[in-house]
Write a protein that binds this ligand. Structure first.
Ligand code: A4P
Ligand code: MG
Length: 199
């Protein structure tokens, strides 16, 4: 039961997560909190150290509190580029940043960790990659900002840590993280033979 009536100007006092948040610059008080999930990936350099540092930096962002960190796992590289194995994980955050500000802040963390996008090929190796997987139940398809992350539902390396943090996290239009993960394990029905899947 809520201890505060809606609109209570002192509601922030009773919310431990809001108490963790540093207010974002220029905003007099907190906006509504949204639960978001951020995917982490690295396959160059000291992958674990870079990911751990990324989690720290995300937690230090104004208007962002890290409320869950998944385990890290080694994964086979996904996509057309031959490259080293990745270390992948995810964090749950509570934030009062609007989605574009959150993504900008995440891309800034990548830059601070030495990622230079200009030298990279698409889906190629990287020191650190932060993907905004989910932002509440928001669906956005704008230049430079797609939420949910457009390939989340087909990527085990993103779904596994997400399902570890929140099996019921809902990917709008697709299903829960746990359901999507199960679907990856289930061979497609009625399209060609099982041999297509095995070999
Ligand atoms: N952008 C738009 N929406 C988003 C969002 N929700 N999250 C824009 C993050 N970025 C978003 O990002 C390109 C641009 O997408 C950003 O500048 C941002 O404005 P990027 O990270 O350089 O992406 P990309 O590599 O061109 O494509 P994509 O599909 O994001 O690739 P990934 O996921 O970054 O792929 N295999 C394994 N096992 N593990 C991995 O982590 N990662 C990749 C890289 C390939 N294979 C992998 C892994
Ligand atoms: Mg990315």
């Amino acid at each position: 039961m809520s201890t505060h009536p809606i609109g209570d100007p002192y509601e922030d006092r009773g919310n431990p997560i809001k108490a963790m948040l540093r207010p974002r610059r220029g905003s007099a008080r907190y906006g509504p909190l949204v639960r978001a999930y951020v995917g982490l990936g690295a396959n160059l350099g000291d992958r674990e150290a870079t990911i751990r540092r990324a989690v720290e930096l995300v937690g230090e962002l104004d208007g962002v509190a890290v409320v869950g960190v998944s385990s890290l796992r080694e994964t086979e590289p996904w996509g057309p580029v031959e490259q080293p194995r990745y270390l992948n994980g995810a964090v749950a955050v509570e934030t009062d940043l609007p989605p574009r500000e959150l993504l900008e802040a995440l891309l800034d963390v990548e830059r601070r960790l030495g990622r230079a996008r200009d030298d990279e090929e698409r889906w190629g190796p990287r020191t650190i990659d932060l993907d905004l997987l989910l932002y509440g139940d928001l669906v956005l398809d704008e230049p430079g900002l797609d939420v949910p992350h457009p390939r989340l539902h087909e990527r085990r390396f993103a779904l596994e840590p997400l399902a570890e943090l929140a099996p019921d996290a809902f990917v709008p239009g697709r299903g829960t993280a746990a359901e999507l993960l199960r679907a990856l394990d289930t061979p497609p029905q009625g399209t060609g033979s099982r041999a297509d899947v095995v070999h």
